[in-house]
Design a binder for this molecule. Structure first.
Ligand code: NAP
Length: 203
């Protein structure tokens, strides 16, 4: 596949780019600072730009089969997820796989007590980030994009296990490694059966 990756210089994004290249995919990666992502792989193209700019997102996704977002909020741009989603929708992307968070509620959820407590704390302690993830979901749900929101709990930098668990209605654990999350994002990118769904993942 030809993949467009947003947030490619981040902690999960870098792992995602490497796994995608190792799996034989072609990658076009959006970076604000090209020094943050090692170039040189023949199947990796860097696009320097900003996910909150429509022309940069359009340049990134043109001709790609699937777009994956590992974008994360910064203090200056807590709304980066929903702003990027607006541009992805405007660019007419067919398939969009995005990291959201286990705190997000979607119709059909059956969260256990722990899951409900996580949602409460995310909503209370990080209201701006929570609102951004809610708006991202609302924008995508109302669009023609074939989206999948992946909902992890706390992220760790542990090595990949390959033994992660996924569930569509309740988060099966309290943490997951970024390496396992990256592997699942790639799996989802090749699985149109998860279009319009928001799977949880945990270690
Ligand atoms: N941390 C957790 O425990 C946790 C739990 C659940 C969900 N999540 C979600 O997991 C996702 C990934 O987390 P992470 O820790 O891997 O992320 P991260 O290391 O903070 O990386 C975020 C990436 O987004 C990029 N970015 C931010 N604003 C941008 C913009 N305007 N244009 C282009 N790039 C931009 C950053 O670029 P620069 O390198 O240029 O800054 C960086 O590459 C996030 O969406 C987060 O909300 C995290």
């Amino acid at each position: 596949m030809k993949l467009a990756i947003l947030g490619a210089s981040g902690a999960t994004g870098r792992l995602l780019v490497q796994k995608a290249l190792d799996a034989g995919h072609t990658v076009r990666a959006l970076v604000r600072d090209p020094k943050k992502l090692a170039a040189g792989h023949p199947a990796l193209e860097l696009v320097v730009g900003d996910a909150t700019r429509g022309d940069d997102v359009a340049r990134l996704v043109a001709g790609c089969d699937v777009t994956i977002s590992a974008l994360g909020p910064t203090p200056e741009q807590v709304d980066v997820a929903s702003r990027a989603a607006e541009h992805v929708i405007a660019a007419g992307v067919r398939r969009y796989v995005v990291i959201s968070g286990a705190g997000l509620d979607v119709p059909g959820d059956h969260k256990d007590v722990t899951g409900k407590i996580v949602s409460f704390f995310v909503r209370t302690l990080s209201p701006a980030i929570f609102r951004d993830k809610v708006r991202e979901h609302a924008l995508l749900a109302a669009s023609d994009v074939g989206w999948t929101l992946v909902r992890p709990p706390r992220l760790t930098n542990d090595p990949a296990t390959g033994a992660f668990k996924t569930d569509l209605t309740n988060c099966p654990g309290n943490s997951v490694s970024r390496a396992d999350l990256a592997a699942f994002l790639l799996q989802v990118a090749g699985d149109d059966g998860l279009i319009g769904k928001a799977p949880f993942i945990s270690g």
